[in-house]
Design a protein around this ligand. Structure first.
Ligand code: BDR
Ligand code: CA
Length: 314
């Protein structure tokens, strides 16, 4: 299996992604870093360790990452979306397992030496830890094989402002550093993730499975479904982080993923946090523009939910 570092703000859809990654034979989770986003980085680490314990995988190193973002302090998270504890109120059994010493950027840098040239990175939260790691060691990209990032919105509307997606908006300065770092980034924005959902039938299957991790995830989705009623008009949930995970694993293949220039808006105006993707070349032929070239996943045609479920329940 390919070694994978996972950076997350665990979170309900982060939890689904984690359950999926743990049952994906193509990759081996060699380390997990947490960042403030849906909850604080400390709570995200507690949640992550609790989930790993349910899966019997506390051998996987977890490091607490950045509490505050590069230019702004952590704002308190998204309890209306993910619940006060980030897990929709689901309480996981307590564990004695502690995060490793050092922060998430340290862990990523260490792993990049341990697995030089092979390590892959998947981010499903704000990009603060990656930015800090890049600042500590600008040669990091030379040792990384691939980076997949859930974040942004190309042509789709934002979900936190009219134009910005939450992971990017939480730390636009970090996202800008990340995209400009010169490593091969695949960006998985709302354009693709909003089209993939879990429905009641999927949630029922998780809850009925009897598997501790699947049951916990099914419980969390109850809360997430309530939030998405206003978005989809039914109890359902977007599969943001799981879609990015499936693309990182190679299990979901993008139907449309052009390599285009992308700029993150770091101004303080209404565009803050927007991922401005230059899709003009798709129609006009090559254009000359300032953004870092990023592969932007605009569409994954094959439904993700059945694949996710199959693996999580396997
Ligand atoms: C992203 O924001 C977080 O709330 C989710 O976990 C996902 O990573 C979607 O905008
Ligand atoms: Ca997330």
């Amino acid at each position: 299996p390919r070694p994978l570092y996972f950076d997350c703000d665990t979170g309900i859809d982060d939890s689904v992604a984690l359950a999926y990654l743990l049952s994906s034979p193509e990759v081996e989770l060699v380390g997990i870093g947490t960042v403030s986003g849906n909850v604080s980085s400390a709570t995200a680490a507690e949640n992550t360790i609790g989930l790993l314990a349910l899966a019997g995988r506390t051998d996987i190193r977890v490091a607490v990452g950045a509490h505050d973002h590069l230019a702004h302090p952590f704002h308190g998270g998204a309890p209306h979306v993910h619940g006060d504890n980030g897990l929709g109120g689901v309480e996981l059994p307590p564990t004695d397992v502690r995060p490793v010493a050092g922060d998430a950027a340290d862990l990523l840098l260490r792993l990049s030496h341990e697995f030089a040239g092979e390590l892959e990175v998947l981010t499903v939260g704000p990009l603060t830890n990656l930015a800090i790691a890049l600042q500590r060691d600008p040669s990091l990209p030379e040792r990384i094989a691939a980076v997949t990032t859930m974040g942004g919105a190309a042509l789709a509307p934002g979900n936190i402002t009219p134009v910005a997606e939450a992971n990017i908006h939480n730390d636009p300065e970090a996202a800008a550093l990340h995209l400009a770092a010169g490593w091969p980034v695949v960006l998985v924005p709302l354009d693709a993730t909003m089209e993939h959902t879990f429905e009641e039938e999927h949630r029922d299957a998780l809850v009925a499975s009897g598997d501790p991790l699947a049951v916990a995830v099914g419980g969390m989705l109850d809360h997430y479904f309530d939030f998405y009623v206003d978005v989809y008009g039914r109890r359902s949930s977007a599969l943001h982080d799981p879609l990015a995970a499936a693309i990182a694993v190679g299990d979901a293949v993008a139907t449309v993923a052009p390599a285009v220039p992308v700029v993150v808006d770091t101004t303080d105006g209404p565009g803050r946090g927007q991922t401005v993707c230059d899709l003009r070349g798709q129609r006009l032929g090559p254009v000359d523009w300032e953004g870092a070239t990023v592969r932007v996943v605009l569409e994954v045609a094959e439904p993700l939910a059945p694949r996710l479920l199959e693996r999580i329940l396997a």
